[in-house]
Design a protein around this ligand. Structure first.
Ligand code: CMC
Length: 465
């Protein structure tokens, strides 16, 4: 690691020592042993307490505040690992040897290069789109590059398209006899290569996982650029995954400190148990849809303000409060209006979120040289104290991962509308690792709903209603 980043590692080691002092305990036996199906458990609303599957990918102990990937503590990974190594660990179950890591980096470099997908993306009004919607669109375009299943043998081929013709939209509502949308094409009509499979069989394979992990970072970079009215830029093969993400979003090579901070943020968002977006991705994968659709489902679920979308909300909340002096008044009004405080609370953690334990000192570190981050951090700390005294430890409402991440991303000059997108880029490693694992013993998800409606109603014709 670069010498400029040693202080950051020291901060994480300090946070590690404090966390270990405050959270030492045994794993929860009922959630760390193989289960015999059918399993008995108490299920609350929102499937609270339900066991969806077994996994060796990661473990969250919510009462103690632990987060473990494949047996390794998140604190150790943040102090010593990289996002590339962590992705390998999540997907393969063990730390890579040097040639394995360099082969993975080589694959990432190759797969980040998505000129056709970016060109297609540019034919959509990305500058007016929600960034997560654009990211999800990008995963669909990546998928389309991988399959011939959905294309007419004689029709136009999406992978040759440079842009769509605006007329293709009215054509949908006023058909003029054309068989499909009109695209502009480059060069010769595309020929389907011999031997290319028609479907996406094998799309849960390791290559597809690497393809989509690397690809979403390029798409996120392109989305950030297009939203600002700039052209997407090519990844730099000499930069890490974290460095490239900053570079492709901003067009500026990151400093070693920025690259390291982003790397840590990517590591600690990479996986998190059976959360809503992971479950959404698994549900889609369990139908034997494919990895691109599954990751798209994860992105859609992560976008919500109760889940990954909270990081952006936290920033707006701190801006709305405006000053540490306004915290009391703002908090009392929020409670009267029964508003949730963004960045606090968690379905699983009833202790301090270990990811917030890491992000908070990083926010402090960056705030030393960033006035705006310092101002937001002052408000955030007063609000944290207010929440702690108002709710008390016994309610288990502590800062979660999203509370300090926005201040960190802001100090890296990432615009708020990209915060959740950066979260999604990171979480793609966890989604793919878990769905690859699940598909080995796949069973389609199909819980039941309880019908509480009525029966025996007689149909009334429209004119008699
Ligand atoms: N502000 C105020 N009260 C809260 C908060 C909060 N942020 N979080 C929980 N509570 C209260 C809630 O009002 C309820 O009180 P009561 O029992 O009196 O009705 C109690 O705590 C339980 O809350 P819940 O909403 O039933 O808990 P849940 O497990 O269904 O929801 C949550 C978890 C994360 C959706 C919720 O805490 C929340 O909405 N937090 C704010 C949004 C947020 O920061 N989300 C990011 C989560 S971390 C990133 C990720 O993994 O997605």
């Amino acid at each position: 690691m670069h010498e400029d980043t040693q202080e950051i590692t020291d901060l994480i080691l300090e946070a590690t020592a404090l966390a270990r002092k405050e959270t030492s305990a045994e794993p929860e036996p009922d959630l760390t042993r193989a289960v015999r199906w059918p399993v008995e458990c108490t299920v609350g609303p929102g499937l609270e307490g339900a066991i969806a599957c077994e996994s060796k990918v990661g473990y969250v102990n919510g009462t103690k505040g632990w987060l473990i990937y494949r047996g390794y503590d998140i604190f150790d990974l943040c102090a010593h690992s990289s996002y590339e190594e962590t992705s390998y660990l999540l997907l393969k179950g063990k730390l890579p040897l040097p040639p394995q890591l360099s082969s993975l980096k080589h694959r990432f470099t190759e797969y980040r290069h998505l000129p056709d997908v970016k060109r297609l993306l540019m034919s959509f009004p990305v500058e007016k789109m929600n960034s997560m919607a654009a990211l999800r669109l990008g995963t669909n375009l990546m998928r389309q590059k991988q399959t011939y299943r959905d294309q007419n043998a004689s029709g136009p081929h999406l992978e040759d398209a440079t842009s769509t013709d605006e007329d293709s939209i009215p054509m949908e509502t006023q058909p003029r006899g054309e068989r499909s949308a009109v695209y502009e094409f480059r060069g010769k009509r595309h020929q389907r290569p011999k031997g290319v499979e028609r479907g996406l069989r094998g799309a849960e394979g390791l290559a597809s996982c690497y393809h989509i992990i690397a690809g979403v970072s390029s798409i996120a970079g392109a989305v950030a650029r297009l939203r600002e009215g700039h052209l997407p830029i090519e990844p730099d093969p000499n930069l890490s995954h974290a460095g490239n993400l900053i570079y492709m979003m901003s067009g500026r090579k990151p400093t070693p400190v920025e690259e390291r901070v982003m790397d840590i943020a990517l590591i600690l968002h990479a996986d998190h148990g059976m959360n809503a977006s992971t479950f959404a991705a698994l549900v889609v994968a369990s139908t034997l849809s494919d990895i691109y659709f599954s990751v798209g489902a994860g992105i859609a679920a992560l976008n919500g303000p109760l889940h990954g979308g909270a990081n952006e909300q936290v920033l707006y909340q701190l801006e709305e409060i405006g000053s540490p002096d306004n915290v009391d008044e703002w908090f009392d009004a929020a409670r009267r209006q029964k508003r949730k405080i963004a960045g606090f609370g968690h379905r699983v953690y009833k202790a301090y979120d270990p990811r917030a334990r890491i992000l908070k000192p990083l926010a402090h570190y960056l705030a030393r040289t960033n006035d705006r981050a310092r101002h937001l951090l002052e408000i955030a700390e007063v609000l944290e104290k207010k929440v702690a005294t108002s709710f008390g430890d016994e309610r288990g409402i502590f800062p979660n991962v999203d509370y300090y991440s926005g201040i960190v991303y802001g100090a890296l000059n990432i615009p708020p509308y990209m915060f959740t997108t950066v979260f999604a880029v990171s979480r793609t490693a966890g989604w793919t690792a878990r769905l690859r694992e699940y598909l080995r013993k796949n069973r389609i998800f199909r819980p039941r709903g309880v019908y509480t409606g009525t029966f025996d109603r007689e149909y009334t014709p429209m004119e008699d209603r």
